[in-house]
Structure formats: C-alpha cells, structure tokens
Design a protein around this ligand. Structure first.
Ligand code: NAD
Length: 456
C-alpha cells in the first residue's frame, strides 16, 4: 500500500498518513459507483433533494471541525476555512432544490407529443487541486449528485483530509454507499485512471493549465465530457476617477488572500498614470498592514504557503528575476512555509512576473495611460478568469467589463464567487462554467422523446 504523509504547512509536522489508492482500486470504486448509479438515478426526486439537504445539515454541524482540519492540512486562516466549509453547505443546499426542478420541455410538433428529459450521465470523476480543497470539491459533487449522477472524487495529494471527512458526513447523512466516493491518490494513478476508464463519462478538473490540457487530450480519445477550471493572471484595473483609498486598501486582499494561492488572484494591478504615485503611497500601509501569521489565530489574515516547493516557486519570481521590489510585508521566522506579501514593479510587460501565474503573495504593478490601453494590457495574457475594475463612471465600468476577456469581473469590489452565479474562465483559464443555475447542464444529457398520438 502506498501512503502519503500529510504535513501541516505551519508547523512542518506530520498531521496524518493517508493510504493512496491504486489504479485497480480506482477501477473497483468506479464499478461500485456505476452500480450505485442505477439506484440513485431512479430515486424519488424529492428524496434525492431531502438527502442533499441532510448532507448540507451534516456539513453545517461540522463547520468548526472541517475548518480546523483545513487550518492544519492547508494552512488556511481559520476565518477563510470556516467560509469554505460554509460554502460546501450552501452549494449543497442550493442544488438540493434541483432534483425536483430538472425540467425538460414539451415542444410543439405534428402527429404527437415531443418531450425532453435531462438524463444524468453516470459516474462523474472530479479531480481537485490543493488550493481550495472544500469549495472546489463541492462545486463539482453537489450539482453532479443533484442531477442523479454518482461521483468518484480525487483530492489533491497534499490536501485530502477535508474531502475524506465530507465523504463520511455524506454517509452519516444517509446518502447510499458508493454514491459519493472520495479516493485519495496520485494524479498520475487515480486521476489518470478516472480519465481513461470508459465507465466515467465526465471529468470535472480544476488545476493547472498544463494538466488540464493533457486531460482534455486524453478525454478526447474517449469522447468524454470535460469541465476545466485552470489558472489565471487576473487584472485589477484602477482608473483615476475611482475611490482611490478604497481601491488601494482592498487591492492586497484581492491577491494575498489564501497567500495568493487563488486562481482568481488579481496578481496584476494596472493603475492610471495620473494617480500611479498616489496609489503606490496608499498601497504601502495596506501591504505592510497585512497580518501574516499562524492561521489558527482569529486575527491572522494570511497564513503559510502549502509546501516548501511552492515557496521556492514563488520566490523564484522575485529573487531570480530582474524585478524591482517596491514594498514588502512581514512573515514569521522559524518553521512554516511563510512568504511575505510582496509588491514588484516589472520592467516590461514581457517579464515573467507579469505574464505567468505566481500562485503566491506576489503582485506586479504597471501604469496605463487611458481606457484603451488598460483594456489592451488586461487582455495581453493567455488567461481569462477574473478581474476587477475600479471607477466612478458606471458607463466606463460596463464598457471595460464587456471588453475584458475574462469570465468573472467585479466593479468596485473583488468578488468572484457566489454559489448562485456562474463561475469559469475564458481562454487558457478553462472550459465550461460551474455554480449558478446552469451548472446542471454540465451533468446531464438532453434526451428527446416523441410519442405518436396516431394522428394522420
Ligand atoms: P495540478 O494541475 O498539479 O493538480 C490538480 C489535480 O490534478 C491534483 O489532484 C492532481 O493530483 C491531479 N493530477 C495531476 N496530474 C494528473 C494527471 N495526469 N491526470 C489526472 N489528474 C492529475 O494543480 P495544483 O498545483 O494542484 O493546483 C494549482 C493550479 O490550479 C493553479 O494553476 C490554479 O490556478 C489552478 N486552479 C484553478 C481554479 C479555477 O477554478 N480556475 C481553482 C483553483 C486552482
């Protein structure tokens, strides 16, 4: 049996040793989920909804336990971790209404009645990254289960603990065995097998763009459906006519939240040149004021990075490159993979720190002249996940929002995710949308049935 030592990124101590599933065990779990699907899909829709509400209640009762587990496994701040567990509860309760509302259509045709059904797909494979273990799992399994599918979910190697607990809570809530299976394992073993096993017709993958591309190529060989949520390099565009104090005070949290390990991080700040210097001077106290420390402390705003490897990757963008560090916050000494909030001034728009996803607490700032240049610079990236627009002019806000090539934009705020609205990326940031009313379409096939009425 292969095992994996889960390490606390704050103390660098072992939290637990987890057994990793083999390819054969993955096939067996898929086969059991396939059998369970035959029953789950035929459940009375009201009962399926009721079980999902019970699952949501079980998560609600375990919010603190799940949050504390995430603090230890992932180094997330306790405040964030509570929000993340609450998000799983909310997504479950949002989609618990779906089984009874998965309407088809009746389409007028000659000679009979034509109706459509939204049929579940079968066993859905969900592959989760380490940066938001709970929410990203829930965005996949809640709508998938609501639509009548069964799920085999692979958490990231580094962060399996909350997913394992969620599967236990599902059983405690009364979900039948094998409807929702969590299978810790390697991407190259369990993840790969989910993608190649022909009994899995749909893969939801969140992670890096490179792995997403490889999964899509492999899925194409089997004509599997895929939803891909990939990387980002989002722009925070600050116009001179905005509330500059508010824009500067909130900018650090739009990139340093979760220590920057957020696909929606606004890691490029674009500031109109006429207010560039003033923005930098307003930004400095906001950056140095970020409270970095032990994630279990209620007042901590930023914890450690997930691993020593991730810290090396992040520092390579600052230490190894020709970048000028404009300002830097603090980080605790001693154990823990902490990295201080860092603001850099790239020399050109070709610099690595401006073009590549850092996935750490490093933000790059450049000035722009006018609206047209802001849009050009914002779109000068392979990615297109999220972004923010700060302006007092509502017409400009909408003009720019329509032109920025990204799936999730916010005006005078940095919000990206609400469970009731769609989430996903343009360009290299992904394919498909999660959350919101339409996510169920990604977990169903439309079937058309014509019933002859015997009319001439
Ligand atoms: P990763 O691509 O290395 O791994 C993601 C998951 O895929 C893990 O569970 C891993 O085990 C699995 N995996 C790896 N190789 C595989 C293979 N060949 N076949 C099947 N599965 C495989 O990504 P990561 O480092 O865990 O996460 C960070 C990345 O995720 C960042 O690029 C980030 O932007 C992205 N991300 C995107 C979103 C979004 O919604 N767009 C959200 C969070 C993270």
């Amino acid at each position: 049996m292969t095992t994996f030592d889960v390490i606390d990124p704050t103390t660098e101590e072992r939290v637990r040793t987890v057994d990793l599933a083999s390819a054969e065990e993955t096939d067996q779990a898929i086969a059991r989920a396939r059998t369970a699907f035959q029953t789950w899909r035929r459940f009375d829709p009201a009962d399926r909804g009721r079980l999902l509400r019970r699952f949501a209640d079980a998560v609600d009762g375990a919010i603190e336990e799940l949050a504390q587990l995430e603090v230890r496994n992932s180094g997330h701040t306790i405040g964030n971790a509570r929000w993340e567990a609450g998000n799983v509860r909310d997504v479950l309760s949002y989609y618990s209404a779906a089984p009874e509302r998965l309407f088809g259509r009746q389409i007028p045709v000659a000679g009979g009645v034509d109706i459509t059904f939204k049929e579940p797909l079968g066993v859905v494979g969900i592959i989760v990254p380490w940066n938001f273990p709970m929410p990203i799992a829930g965005w996949g399994f809640a709508p998938a289960l609501a639509a009548g599918n069964t799920v085999v979910l692979k958490p990231a190697e580094l962060t399996p603990l909350t997913a394992i607990r969620l599967a236990e809570l599902a059983l405690e809530a009364g979900l039948p065995e094998d409807v929702f299976t969590v299978l810790p394992g390697k991407g190259s073993v369990v993840g790969q097998r989910l993608v190649t096993n022909p009994e899995v017709p749909k893969i939801c993958f969140t992670g890096s763009t490179e792995v997403g591309q490889a999964i899509m190529a492999e899925a194409a060989r089997h004509l599997k459906r895929v939803t891909l949520e990939l990387g980002g390099k989002s722009a925070n565009i600050v116009f001179a006519d905005s509330d500059l104090e508010q824009a500067a005070a909130t900018a650090p949290y739009a990139v340093f939240d979760n220590a920057g390990q957020d696909c929606c991080a606004r890691s490029r700040i674009l500031v109109q040149r006429s207010v560039y210097d003033r923005f930098l001077s307003l930004l400095e106290p906001a950056v140095t004021g970020v409270n970095v420390g032990a994630p279990g402390d209620e007042s901590t705003e930023m914890g450690p990075l997930i691993s020593a490897h991730q810290r090396e990757t992040v520092s390579s963008f600052v230490e190894g490159d020709d970048v000028d560090v404009a300002m830097r916050g603090s980080a605790p000494e001693g154990p823990g993979w902490f990295y201080p909030p860092t603001v850099v001034l790239p020399r050109t728009t070709k610099d690595r720190v401006w073009t590549e996803e850092v996935f750490g607490p490093v933000v790059a700032i450049l000035p722009f002249e006018d609206e047209a240049e802001a849009v050009t610079m914002a779109n000068d990236t392979a990615y297109g996940l999220s972004g923010s627009i700060w302006t007092g002019d509502v017409g400009r806000a909408l003009r720019v929002a329509r032109q920025v090539e990204a799936g999730n934009l916010s005006v005078n705020s940095h919000s990206s995710v609400r469970y009731s609205t769609p989430f996903g990326g343009f360009k290299a940031s992904g394919i498909g949308r999660e959350l919101g009313p339409d996510a169920l379409d990604n977990f169903t096939e439309v079937k058309n049935v014509f019933i002859s009425t015997g009319d001439a």
